[in-house]
Design a binder for this molecule. Sequence first.
Ligand code: CA
Length: 226
Amino acid sequence: MPRVLLIEDDAGVRTAMHRHLTERGFAVTSAATGLAGLAAVTGQRPDLILLDLGLPDVEGIDVLRMIRAVSRAPVLVATARDEEAGIVLALDLGADDYLVKPFGPAHLAARVNALLRRAASPARAAVIEVGGLVIDPAARIARLDGTPLDLAPREFDMLAYLAGRSGEVIAKRELLAEVWQHSYGGAEKTVDVHLSWLRRKLGESATRPRYLHTVHGVGIRLAAPR
Ligand code: CA
């Protein structure tokens, strides 16, 4: 379910957009101010951000600038009809598209879907090879010495992330943030559990590692066996 963050101060507009998007299958979070919106961008890592340019606390343009400093999620800006200069500036600053108010729910959903499609299919992610491990992130296929691995989605994501950075020690906290998309404290156990499942599927163990090496107190490093 794609996660959409809605930053809009007008309660009526916000409620209506929230409802329209929820009805169309999006997981919607909303914020009534620029600052609350920014907190949600970093805290929730939405897949798309809908940003009203006229906000009460911080100029929408400045909110956009701050969003772009921390997120690559597509940003769809919404403006009033007479804000052409604002639209041009927003697009220059990295907004992906804009909507002029008032707009209908179908139009809104179409723009949101188009941006999410575009974001989901950047230049196809390259196939990763580390020793006998071959991972195709786009096709979500992983093979070890030619044999397909039967991995659960999180196991695949974790393996692909580690393999994409092979040779580097990756902190468990980073894995939690990147693979699980949130950084709740104290859940590094989640990483450990998935790591042990992954090891079993790769035919190795913590005491006899081949690809997956635990660096105690630091994190995990994936490397080709010697
Ligand atoms: Ca407004």
